[in-house]
Design a protein around this ligand. Structure first.
Ligand code: AMP
Ligand code: MG
Length: 513
């Protein structure tokens, strides 16, 4: 791999702390602290993403690169670092946080000039680890490695994953937070993104009153990642905020399209580029449920439930607006832009639903149809993904009970069958008013509705297998997730088996990772 071509331009641009001291502390007035990854003596490679490595300019993997993949061997001049950010967690200001177990190797440029940041996750403590160890366990690393690529191939903006390796070191975790800590295998992933900057980076500069640094960071972000912004002066920052709002709204719509629940939408987990970032207790949704949250920490309030993700994004943007106000200096503008977010989001959301149903475009009466659909999905406990796959296949002769009951998580009684029949009748009559052909409509559905999603129970089985030394399922899942709009493996396109309905680490997930 071309690891010696990774550079650290961020370090030259901004003030940092170069003491290389991973002890817990605050670092005011700086955007990063240099820190070396830990040394792991017996790393073992589990997966490597060759296509991504080539694409970003890192080239082919050779045996000698293994130690780099866990951060234990660095090219001579590589100065690795962790960035400082802050955040609102579960609705409360959490103060300074930072990359607690992410360490940046720097940035690589490919032959087309495209720049990509490269970072380890789980490679050891940083100045921002607080009391934690900076390590990551196998289960959370497998989950992040696979979902990053699954989201990418679904077409959802996301950070990506380059490699997954055991560190050879055990890590202690209390998974259920019930006083039963256990040793688990430690792992490191390398993840990549155009930039890992978060809302929280801007919030930290604001909270510390570092307005000059805040403006510098904004200038840097706009110049490097928002080429579409060509204005100057105050207008530039206004365009930036509008742009972040649009990207964030678009991302939420994509999450609704594929049925993704992030689970921890704190502002430190919100990418300024509108990428899905920091995969923890996330879940793809099986049965459609607006109230579904996979995160056990979120269960009391369900703040981060599936159906609330648009509202929460809006709340998070409001916190970002607050942080940018000293530079933008126009409260009316910020308030109006935040109001527009709601309008833009719902319109984009409904247009997305039109595609899932194969409609030509958004009609006024569709809003009521969509509300009826949500009611039907929740009452009949229909599988979000499989419902649309089945909808694509209905003909005038289809027995609807036989066709849809296998993709529901409850048994249909007469009342439910009547509801289903009523709904499909509404659907057929809406299709009649379509101005596009049947084929075009079907094509729209097939390219919008995935046939394969990375369900939690599949991940659970894959992690069990890897823990016992086997990687067949990992390889198969990797193939399946590269072609989510096809059905490569019919056994992966089934609803969740009932045996997994109440399995910890499958139906519910803790933040322990
Ligand atoms: P998360 O909710 O997973 O995004 O993490 C919130 C904060 O805790 C971030 O600043 C993380 O870097 C930090 N963090 C989480 N787990 C660890 C760990 N094992 N070691 C150090 N820092 C951690
Ligand atoms: Mg995080």
């Amino acid at each position: 791999m071309n690891i010696e071509h990774i550079g650290q331009p961020f370090l030259k641009k901004f003030p940092g702390d170069f003491s290389n001291n991973p002890l817990q502390r605050n670092t005011p007035k700086v955007l990063f602290a240099t820190v070396k990854p830990a040394e792991f003596y017996k790393p073992h490679l589990i997966a490597f993403n060759e296509a991504l490595s080539e694409e970003i300019g890192l080239g082919k993997f050779e045996e000698k690169d293994l130690n780099f993949l866990v951060g234990s061997q660095l090219p001579n001049n590589m100065q690795t670092y962790a960035t400082a950010y802050a955040g609102h967690q579960f609705g409360n200001w959490a103060g300074q946080l930072g990359d607690g177990r992410a360490i940046l190797a720097g940035e690589i440029t490919n032959a087309n000039g495209k720049k990509t940041e490269v970072q380890w996750k789980g490679a050891g403590a940083t100045p921002y680890s607080r009391r934690a160890d900076g390590r990551a366990v196998l289960r959370s690393s497998v989950r992040e490695y696979l979902i990053s690529e699954a989201m990418y191939h679904l077409g959802v903006p996301t950070t990506r994953a380059l490699s997954l390796a055991f560190t050879g070191e055990d890590v202690i975790r209390d998974i259920m937070y019930n006083g039963n800590p256990q040793y688990e295998k430690g792992a490191v992933i390398i993840r990549t993104a155009e930039s890992f900057l978060r809302f929280g980076h801007f919030e930290l500069m604001f909270a510390q009153g570092e307005h000059k640094l805040l403006q510098d960071l904004l200038d840097f972000t706009i110049e490097n990642y928002f080429p579409e912004i060509v204005s100057s002066g105050h207008q530039k920052y206004k365009d930036f905020f509008e742009n972040v709002c649009t990207r964030t709204a678009d991302l939420m719509v994509e999450w609704f399209r594929v049925g993704f629940v992030h689970g921890v939408m704190n502002t430190d987990n919100m990418s300024i580029l509108g990428l899905t970032i920091d995969y923890g207790p996330y879940s793809m949704m099986d049965e459609y449920n607006l109230n579904f949250t996979p995160n056990t920490t979120d269960l009391p309030g369900r703040r981060y439930a599936f159906g609330k993700q648009g509202q929460i994004a809006h709340w998070n943007l409001w916190k970002l607006a607050n942080a940018l106000q000293p530079i933008i200096n126009d409260e009316n503008f910020l308030e109006n832009t935040l109001k527009d977010f709601g309008i833009y989001f719902w319109e984009a959301h409904d247009k997305m639903l039109c595609k899932k149903f194969g409609f030509d475009g958004l009609k006024k009466e569709d809003a009521e149809f969509f509300t009826n659909w949500q009611g039907l999905m929740q009452e009949l406990q229909l599988d979000h993904t499989l419902f649309f796959n089945q909808l694509e296949k209905i003909t005038p002769d289809t027995d609807l009970n036989e066709h849809f009951s296998p993709v529901a998580y409850t048994v249909f009684n007469e009342e439910k069958i009547n509801k289903l029949e009523d709904f499909i009748e509404q659907y057929r009559s809406r299709l009649h008013s379509n101005s596009i052909s049947k084929q075009e409509s079907l094509k729209l559905m097939e390219t919008t509705n995935p046939k394969f999603i990375l369900r939690n129970y599949l991940l659970y089985e894959c992690i069990e297998e890897i823990s016992s030394g086997k990687t067949e399922m990992l390889v198969k899942l990797t193939q399946a997730l590269e072609h989510p709009y096809q059905e490569l493996f019919p056994e992966f396109s089934k609803k969740r088996p009932s045996s997994y309905n109440n399995t910890a680490g499958c139906s519910t997930l803790s933040c322990s990772s």
